[in-house]
Each structure stands twice: as C-alpha cells, then as structure tokens.
Design a protein around this ligand. Structure first.
Ligand code: NDP
Length: 337
C-alpha cells in the first residue's frame, strides 16, 4: 500500500520534499467495513489549504499523515452488506492505494457510467461547485455578461458552458493562447482572454462592452483587479476560490484597497458571496446531477480531463496545478480498473 504523507508544510509553492512516499501493509477490515482500492485520485486546489495549518473551514492534514483527497475506488473486500466486491464508489480515500471505510460516506457510482473518473469532475464536486455557484449565487439572466476566471479548468469550463446554456454572453480568462482558443472554439465562449498578456484590463473592457453582471471568482489578484472596474450595478460575484493567492507568503503589493472595494460594493449594490460546496449545497447534489447528466448525454456540455499515470506522479502534478500547468480536470490514475 503506497501512501503519500505530508512531510512538511510548504512555505510558498509546495515542493516535492513536502510529500513523503511510504509503503505500508494493506489494512485489514472489521465487520461492517470495506476495503477500497483507488483507481482515480482527484487533485484539487483546496489541498494546498489542507497542507497549511492556517485556520480554515476544514482541519489541516497533520504532519506524517496521508494527504486527503477524493477518489474513485473499487470495493476490494467487503464486510458490509451494502457493498459487494467490484462496486464502484466515490470516497474521501486520500493519496494512497488502499483505504478502509464503514460505508457511510461512500457514494455509489453507476457501473454503466462510460467514464468513472467523471464522478470526480463534471458529475462530482467541481460540477456541483460550478452549477450551484453560478446558478444559486450568480443568478445569471439571459443577455447578461458573465466573466469566469480559470476558464478552462474543472470548475470554470462548466461555469462558462452553463452560462451559455442560460443565454448569457460569456467571457473567460485563462492562462495562455492554447487554453483561450479551446474556450472559444470548443466550449463556445464568446471571448477568452489571456491573463498573462500585458493589457488584460484593456482587452476585458473591450470584450465586456456592456460591463459585467456576474463574475465567477476563482483566482483573485490581478484578474480581479481587471474585472473590478467593469462590474455593473447589481452585479453578483460568487466567490469560489482565490487560487492566485494560495501560495502567497505576503499581502499583495500596493495601497490598501479595502475602502475602495467596500465603497464600490455599496454604491453599485454588488453582491459578493463565498461558498463551500458540500457545506452549502451537499443536500442539492441530486438536483445538480440530474441536470448535468442530461446536458452531458445531450452533448450540450463538453468536458476535458488531464489524466496523469501513477500515484508517484501526484506531487508534481499537484504542484503544476497551482501554476496553471493542467489543462482540464486533473486526475491521477492510481491503479488499473
Ligand atoms: P482548475 O482545473 O481550474 O485548475 C486550477 C487553474 O487555476 C490552473 O489551471 C490555472 O489556470 C489557474 N491558476 C493557477 N494559478 C493561478 C494564478 N496564480 N493566477 C491565475 N490563475 C491561476 O481547478 P478547479 O476548477 O478545481 O478549481 C478552480 C477554483 O475553484 C479554485 O480556486 C478552487 O479553490 C475553487 N474551488 C472552490 C470550491 C468551493 O467549494 N468554494 C470547490 C471547488 C473548487 P490558467 O492556466 O487558466 O491560469
């Protein structure tokens, strides 16, 4: 049983030495338990937060403990009447080959699903995040302009496509020409702008000639700076993530802009609302899964994964995720189907 343990808490960007790969015995199970074997491990930006001991909505991983994470697993052994060997489930199994569960928090996956890994993306946590953040908090109306950051990623690619289905104009912001081309040509966004280009603010203002009604925030930093002056009266900002800050060790440079931010929220009556997907919307998973399942099977939603082979490559893939190296939902293939 290979496991990645947290060796040290990163200062700034995580490095390979923060992860320690060890080999342990495959755990034994008791009555009522199942043994899970990971097939796909999801790598997600929130894991950077769990590596840190700063106070957050979820407890930090302790030093020397396995890194946490969602995975698609198969039941390898079962002493639980609700599961048989070979069942596919989603579990919070962590960065390891095997995990034990009492079955309570496992979500069964339809064995007929063409891609079981989709349960970690378009039909799972990132999908629910995009759907609820955009529709419940963003409340996009047909004809409005929606701007989405990290536009080709797991969450952002779905946000933009759902907004198009709702009749909005969609402007993505992503890193690099290839991602931007994909957003327009494959995902159907109206525009997609490269946040690495010199004049992002100018390009955004041209693309959003009627201002911005919904800004789906996943990035913060320079991207937010470009968006902020273009927000319309009564704009909505689902605050989903701030990935440009996750590795930050200091406050951003420049003057304190808090009073300007609050003043604009007041005068323009803008609603900015954070959310933590399972805490706030876990009970609405079925509603999401029905809608998304239908869009997917009708070909109305496109979905891209980047699958990295081998658990041993999880740290480098995760380090890359925080630097925009992934193109699509990042998944590690831990073992065979
Ligand atoms: P992605 O698949 O979008 O991957 C992360 C992407 O973020 C990178 O590919 C990169 O895209 C972009 N990025 C990374 N660093 C920077 C940077 N310094 N500046 C600008 N962009 C950067 O990840 P997810 O879709 O899984 O997650 C997207 C966001 O949603 C994250 O902020 C995450 O924390 C948040 N989230 C929040 C949830 C909640 O419950 N609130 C649940 C799930 C996700 P590019 O190359 O285009 O810049």
């Amino acid at each position: 049983n290979r496991q990645f343990l947290l060796a040290s808490r990163p200062v700034g960007a995580p490095v390979r030495a923060d992860f320690n790969l060890v080999e342990t015995a495959v755990p034994a199970i008791k009555e009522g338990e199942v043994l899970l074997r990971s097939v796909y491990l999801s790598l997600d930006p929130y894991m950077r937060g769990r590596m840190s001991d700063a106070k957050s909505y979820a407890p930090a991983v302790e030093l020397g403990e396995p890194l946490v994470g969602g995975a698609v697993c198969r039941i390898e052994q079962s002493h639980n009447p609700d599961f048989v060997v070979g069942d596919w489930v989603v579990a919070f199994a962590g960065w390891q080959d095997y995990a034990v569960s009492d079955g309570q928090s496992l979500l069964k996956i339809d064995a007929s699903l063409a891609h079981h890994s989709y349960a970690l993306g378009v039909l799972g946590m990132p999908g629910l995040t995009a759907y609820m953040g955009l529709l419940d908090i963003g409340q996009p109306q047909a004809g409005e302009t929606v701007v989405v950051a990290a536009a080709t990623g797991a969450v952002g690619s779905l946000v933009g496509q759902i907004a198009k289905l709702k009749g909005c104009k969609v402007v993505g912001i992503a890193g690099g020409a290839e991602k931007c081309r994909y957003a327009v040509e494959q995902l159907g966004f109206d525009f997609c702008l490269d946040h690495k280009s010199e004049n992002l603010a100018e390009q955004l203002s041209k693309a959003c000639d009627n201002g911005i009604d919904v800004y789906f925030e996943s990035v913060g930093g320079k991207v937010f700076d470009a968006v902020f002056p273009l927000l319309n009266t009564k704009a909505r900002i689902p605050v989903c993530g701030l990935i440009s800050q996750y590795n930050a060790t200091e406050l951003p440079e420049g003057p304190d802009r808090l009073s300007m931010l609050m003043g604009t929220l007041l005068v323009k009556r803008i609603k900015a609302q954070g959310f933590i997907v399972f805490d706030d919307y876990g009970d609405r998973y079925n509603e999401f899964s029905e809608a998304m399942g239908e869009w997917l099977s009708d070909g109305k939603i496109k979905y891209k994964e980047q699958i990295v082979d081998g658990l041993e490559n999880a740290p480098s893939a995760f380090i890359g995720l925080l630097q925009g190296e992934n193109f699509g939902k990042l998944i590690v293939r831990v073992g065979p189907d």
